[in-house]
Write a protein that binds this ligand. Structure first.
Ligand code: C2E
Ligand code: MG
Ligand code: MG
Length: 579
């Protein structure tokens, strides 16, 4: 009996202990559930039966009644409801849990939350219920979306970028091909945008781009895709076109809307022009890339023939054409500096009386890996048009000054090196500062540097340019007018500028001994220069006759193949005198 009782007591004990432990574990589970930072809810027969405090907070509920005993589907984003119903059904039918998946919940205020949801089947022996565990992943999704956005859209204008544009163009080509309609790509590049950027500043430049973007959007037909594919480059995709004439009409309207009315920015009236290239599928390309390239090529042609116009792509533009060459040349030139393909040669200048070398002219050379030797007559205009000249010009000045310093350090008699500078460089307001800092950096006295400028700069005749030339002059730097006689400068202009030298353009020298007109011009330039107390130098002297002619007319200096072709630094060094 005793043992029975003992057993009985023991049995009670066990049950009690079990109950306690069950209670404890239930409590533990309850604590886990109520304290969980993740949302936990139980649904039964489609209704929320229980929700933990984290869940209440997530849905923005203050009372359980706002959620409990109400349909779970009400809390799901409409687009996710069908998927969730399917998941719940299959869970109740077969599985015991689902893989975590991305859903959108609806807060009580109607806003959405991105969540990662896991469903677990639970049963109390009679009824089946579903335990829903959900984690807020809004932040992760927001970050992902931001990256996705940046990969696809231009941050300044909000337009699709080049990548998204190509995707959408690809889709357009496919859907128009099946509808037997045409797709046109317009490649629009603003003319002289860099000039606007340089003269008005980048923030005005940016705002102008935004306004341009708005005008394009307001002008193109509905359904057209507009993208920004580069700094000042926009593309437009026109779909469901039946004839090229339709495209032409749209392009004309677009051109007019951009160029006929000015843009107003900070009280400034800015007029712009644009060059547009057009390619049309399927004739000009069956895939996004070739249509894009060919529109680009046509745009280059529009630029080449004077800007402010539009051009349809023609297959002859490809391969041998000028446009392709321009593109290839520009791409290669962009890499030239970093690839170390640019270098200087030096052409001596002599005094006509003493025959002594009195200076050198630094001339830029480009030995391109892809294109071989390219003449400056070919790439300098391109560098000017694209604005690359500013960087290239700095490279030239720095190299010439550094070379000059080196020769002085090696004990040679100091010599003045002239470099060619483009008008474009003078347009950036800090050009004088650049000259000063390069002289400082290379520790070269300013009097050993000379800037050759062109008449086109003088014709602009603005106070700011005169001012800048005086500042440069105050550093000791000499200033000469290159290719004199080919521009429009008059005597009255010249007086206003602090000049040292006139260089008679070689076209007058070439024929000076048999063309009386040129002889007269050359003579006039020499005496005009002298009356302005300027030295006069003749370029392109190739023969003894020319030299004699110049000597007799009291020209001061000369430069040309008769004396020497441009030489590389080591060859020049052999000609220099030791102190
Ligand atoms: P430029 O400043 O008038 O330079 C003189 C050009 O005439 C050089 O051609 C030179 O090689 C050539 N030349 C010299 N002597 C004779 C001669 O006796 N006969 C003939 N037929 N030609 C002669 P290059 O080096 O091809 O330069 C052409 C132009 O490119 C230069 O004309 C200049 O305007 C520009 N350029 C060259 N280097 C630079 C540079 O570093 N910066 C800038 N902005 N322009 C440059
Ligand atoms: Mg020159
Ligand atoms: Mg010249």
């Amino acid at each position: 009996m005793a043992s029975d009782k003992q057993e009985f007591i023991n049995g009670n004990d066990v049950i009690e202990k079990l109950q306690i432990s069950l209670q404890q574990s239930e409590e533990r589970y309850r604590t886990l559930v109520t304290e969980s930072p993740e949302t936990i809810l139980i649904i039964k027969a489609g209704s929320v039966q229980y929700i933990n405090p984290a869940g209440m907070a997530m849905f923005g509920a203050h009372h359980e009644e706002e959620l409990v005993d109400r349909p779970f589907m009400d809390r799901l984003h409409r687009d996710d409801q069908r998927k969730m119903t399917g998941n719940l059904d299959s869970l109740l039918d077969i599985g015991d849990r689902t893989e975590p998946c991305h859903e959108r919940f609806l807060r009580l205020d109607g806003s959405t939350i991105d969540v990662e949801v896991k469903l677990i089947l639970v049963s109390d022996g009679v009824d089946k219920a579903v335990l829903v565990m959900a984690r807020d992943i809004t932040e992760r999704i927001t970050a992902q979306n931001a990256v996705q956005y940046m990969l696809k859209y231009d941050s300044l204008t909000g337009l699709p970028n080049r990548r998204l544009f190509q995707d959408e163009l690809g889709e357009a080509i496919a859907s128009n091909a099946s509808a037997a309609t045409l797709v046109a790509v317009l490649f629009l590049d603003l003319d002289r945008f860099k000039m606007i950027n340089d003269s008005f500043g980048h923030s005005i430049g940016d705002q102008l781009l935004i306004l341009v973007c708005r005008r394009i959007l307001a002008t193109v037909p509905q359904g057209a895709t507009v993208a920004r594919v580069g700094g000042d480059e926009f593309t437009v995709v026109l779909e469901h076109i039946t004839h090229r004439a339709e495209v032409m009409a749209i392009v004309k309207t677009l051109m007019d809307s951009l160029t006929k009315e000015p843009f107003f920015l900070h009280g400034e009236e800015i007029f712009i022009t644009a060059s547009i290239g057009i390619s049309v599928s399927p004739d000009d390309g069956m895939d996004a890339l070739s249509l894009f390239r060919n529109a680009d090529m046509a745009m280059y042609r529009a630029k080449k023939i004077g800007k402010n116009n539009y051009q349809f792509y023609h297959s002859v533009m490809n391969s041998s054409s000028i446009a392709t060459k321009q593109v290839t040349l520009e791409r290669a030139l962009r890499k030239a500096i970093v690839r170390d393909e640019l270098y200087l040669v030096y052409q001596p200048k002599v005094d006509l009386k003493s025959s002594q070398i009195v200076g050198l002219e630094a001339l830029l050379r480009w030995n391109s890996k892809e294109l071989g030797m390219v003449s400056p007559a070919e790439f300098i205009p391109l560098a000017e048009e694209t604005g690359m000249i500013v960087q290239i010009g700095e490279f030239v000045m720095r190299s010439a000054c550094a070379q000059n310093r080196l020769w002085q350090d090696l004990g040679y008699e100091p010599i003045c090196i002239a470099i060619n500078s483009s008008a474009r460089q003078f347009l950036s307001s800090d050009f004088a500062k650049t000259v000063e800092s390069i002289l400082e950096e290379t520790k070269l006295d300013g009097r050993w540097l000379e800037l050759e400028i062109t008449e086109s700069l003088l014709v602009q005749n603005t106070e700011s340019i005169i001012q800048m030339l005086y500042t440069i002059k105050s550093l000791g730097v000499q200033i000469s007018i290159d290719d004199f006689g080919t521009g429009y400068s008059s005597l009255s202009y010249l007086k206003r500028f602090p000049l040292d030298r006139l260089k008679i353009d070689q076209s007058f020298i070439r024929d000076v001994t048999w063309d009386p007109d040129n002889a007269e011009i050359a003579t006039a330039i020499i005496s005009m220069g002298h009356s302005l107390r300027l030295k006069v130098i003749a370029e392109g002297v190739e023969t003894e006759e020319q030299k004699k002619f110049l000597f007799e007319r009291r020209c001061d200096e000369m430069q040309g193949f008769l004396l020497s072709k441009p030489l590389i630094a080591s060859e020049v060094q052999a000609m220099l005198k030791k102190k």
